[in-house]
Design a protein. Sequence first.
Length: 221
Amino acid sequence: MLLIDKGAVTYDLGRTEHQAVPASITLLPPHVPHDGRSAVGGESFRKRVLYLSEDWLPAKATDAAVAQPLLLDPQTVATVIGIHTALTSPADAMEAECGVLALRESVRSHLGAPSSPARDAPLARRLREMLDDRLFESFTIAEAAELLGAHPSHLVRAFSKAYGIAPYRYVTGRRVDRARRLLLDGQPASVAAVEAGFHDQSHLTRHFRRVLGTTPGAFTP
């Protein structure tokens, strides 16, 4: 999967020429020859690439991907950027995991493949209870899915439908709230970060700013 950040790329896929432009996503199915070159001679381009396992999509979706490889959906583009950002920090594994699962559903929809059916609210409630019990531990959706006997995609969709928020955002919000309370109690940011389940102070700062719009230092002068 290719995301163009800057410039444009011309490529041949399935004997058909296509062009990828900024803020566009290109699907490059496995075992289908393709090439790529700058769409404007001599001009550079900047791209992001996600390498996904061959079983990420049904085999029958390959033909559909060859026929319609280009996605221009802003939400899907934002999801890919979010995955890349999360992958830079091992502590954000659940965010990357949820992003990949959401991306899978978007691509399946684009290709006309049926979406994985979401299970009902009890499954979402069980996941929420599990996340609450492990709030300050390293825990993944894959582990939760195995324990609950559900497909990871089903799990994320059921949770998001029930609570209006992805599991990783729920966990991050709860952790930020815990850190906020610790800061108000006089704990230094470095201690609050670890106690709230963040990897370190910079990890806390990034999510604290994203959730509350300020930094731990500015929050407790």
